[in-house]
Write a protein that binds this ligand. Sequence first.
Ligand SMILES: Nc1ncnc2c1ncn2[C@@H]1O[C@H](COP(=O)(O)OP(=O)(O)OP(=O)(O)O)[C@@H](O)[C@H]1O
Ligand SMILES: Cc1ncc(COP(=O)(O)O)c(N)n1
Length: 275
Amino acid sequence: MTTSKTLTPVALTIAGSDSGGGAGIQSDLRTFAFHCVHGTSAITCITAQNTLGVSRVDAMPSEAVVAQIQAVVEDIGVQAAKTGMLLNQEIISAVAQQVTAYKINNLVVDPVMVSRTGAQLIDDDAVQTLSHELIPQAIIITPNRYESQILSGLQIDSLEDMQAAAQIIHQKLGNKAVLVKGGGMSGNLRGVDIWFDGEKLETLTTQLVETKNTHGTGCTLSAAIAANLALGKDLWTAVQQAKQYVTTALTYSLDIGTGQGPVGHFFPLLQKSHV
Ligand SMILES: Nc1ncnc2c1ncn2[C@@H]1O[C@H](COP(=O)(O)OP(=O)(O)OP(=O)(O)O)[C@@H](O)[C@H]1O
Ligand SMILES: Cc1ncc(COP(=O)(O)O)c(N)n1
């Protein structure tokens, strides 16, 4: 991995643009900024999206995605990177090749496939490419309930199912750690995530935040893990602190639009919306 010439930590997000500003590149850059990490980006696609859902998606040519990654890594250098919405097979393959070429080893893969509003965010044939070319290079992957079902082949309805899925995904896909996120579960499990790294099976529990404004929680969590890695924290610390960050940001979520609003990334500057 290329290192930055200055002491400023740098992180890269390789993800889609959300016109509504709640998820994707927009939430990642806010999360990096909150952590005092310089944020860089490679945009994979443009979504026309608001708090109600996605109405249109336009892919960037894979050559344009590669050029963005090269421009950032060759000049500025990155200490950590995350991937979000990669949309299609061609983009996923191109990104995987860049990760290999530049030896980006602090890579957080949020295997974005299905949004909270139910929109499909990846082509059907892209799942295999994601699983075999990109995920094995990740230090951690952070699938939500639906993505964990696809990757493990298990129906996930309980804490035990989440634990089993984390272990199956780890065994099948060969990355260092798996965090199965509970936001899509019901009841108290919405605030529970499961960590498995091949040895340690841990349950991360935080308070449940009663809000409909949960858009971009997964993007925020993975970006916060990447930011913490860029700051030099070990993976387990990075994950625990990221989970705490997303929980607090949820308590300051923004009631904008008529659907699911975003979390409040800059909470010290905001009024609390939930207590
Ligand atoms: N209501 C809630 N209260 C507390 N924590 C929550 C709540 N909803 C989601 N989370 C937490 O937010 C994080 C993101 O999980 P989630 O399952 O929502 O990801 P996701 O579906 O990928 O998110 P995204 O909305 O960006 O697609 C997890 O740590 C999860 O436990
Ligand atoms: C560009 C982009 N990236 C990721 C998500 C997933 O987030 P969510 O599940 O909150 O809709 C999204 N909706 N849009």
